[in-house]
Design a protein around this ligand. Structure first.
Ligand SMILES: Cc1cc2nc3c(=O)[nH]c(=O)nc-3n(C[C@H](O)[C@H](O)[C@H](O)COP(=O)(O)O)c2cc1C
Length: 195
C-alpha cells in the first residue's frame, strides 16, 4: 500500500497531467523512457496477457515523413466532418511546417498483439500509466491518435519496425514542456448512486 504522502502525490499527478503540444529540444534520457515504460507495464491486462510491445524513436525525419503522410488524410476527414472547433486544427494541417507530433523529441508507439482479445484496452491502460509516470518526472506527453493512420502505410510501418502481428494502439509523444496550455476543464461527472 502507499503512504498518505504518496497518495497525495499520485492524486496531484493525475489532476495536473495535461496534454503537452509545445516542447523544448531537450532530449528525454533513455533511463526516463525506460522508467515510463516500466510504469506502463504495471497496468492490469485481461487474463494477465500483457499483450504489448513498444517502439521508441527519436528519428525526426521519420516522424516528419509519418506526419506528412497523415496530414492530408486528416485534413480531408476533418473537412468532411466540419465540426465547430476544428477550423484551427484544419488550418494547422495545411501548414507545411506543422507536425502532428508537435516537434516532440521522442515518439513511443504502444503496440498491441492482434491475437489478444483485449489488447486495445490493455494498451490504453498502459499508455495512461506512461503519461502519468512521465508527468511525475516533469516530462510532458500527448496521445497522438491521428498517427494511427500510418497503419495504412507499409513503408512507414516497416521503417518503424512495427511487426505485422501487432497494431498501433497508442502513439505517444514525450518531451520537456516549453509551454503548458491550461488544462481543459472537466464536466461534473454524472454519478448514479444505487444504494
Ligand atoms: C485516444 C486519444 C487520441 C488523441 N489524439 C490526439 C491527437 O491526434 N492530437 C492531439 O493534439 N491530441 C490528441 N489527444 C489528446 C486530447 O486532445 C486531450 O487528452 C484532451 O483534449 C484532454 O486534454 P488533457 O489531456 O490536457 O487533459 C488524444 C487523446 C486520446 C485519449
Amino acid at each position: 500500500m502507499v503512504t498518505d504522502t504518496e497518495a497525495i502525490g499520485i492524486f496531484s499527478v493525475i489532476r495536473e497531467r495535461r496534454s503537452v503540444r509545445n516542447y523544448t529540444d531537450r532530449e528525454v534520457p533513455d533511463e526516463a523512457l525506460r522508467a515510463i515504460i516500466a510504469a506502463g507495464i504495471q497496468a492490469p491486462t485481461a487474463l494477465g496477457l500483457q499483450p504489448w510491445q513498444f517502439v521508441v524513436t527519436r528519428d525526426r525525419d521519420l516522424m516528419r515523413r509519418a506526419s506528412d503522410y497523415c496530414k492530408p488524410i486528416l485534413a480531408e476527414k476533418i473537412g468532411e466532418e466540419s465540426r465547430p472547433g476544428t477550423e484551427e486544427f484544419l488550418t494547422a494541417l495545411k501548414d507545411p511546417g506543422f507536425s502532428i507530433f508537435y516537434n516532440a523529441p521522442v515518439l513511443v508507439l504502444v503496440l498491441g498483439a492482434r491475437e489478444a482479445l483485449s489488447s486495445v484496452l490493455d494498451c490504453t491502460l498502459c499508455a495512461e500509466n506512461m503519461m502519468l509516470a512521465a508527468w511525475a518526472l516533469g516530462i510532458g506527453s500527448c496521445w497522438i491518435g491521428s498517427a494511427t493512420l500510418i497503419e495504412q502505410n507499409p513503408e512507414i510501418l516497416a521503417a518503424l519496425k512495427v511487426p505485422d502481428d501487432h497494431q498501433i494502439v497508442a502513439p505517444l509523444i514525450f518531451g520537456y514542456p516549453a509551454l503548458l496550455s491550461p488544462k481543459p476543464a472537466r464536466r461534473e461527472p454524472r454519478i448514479t448512486w444505487v444504494l
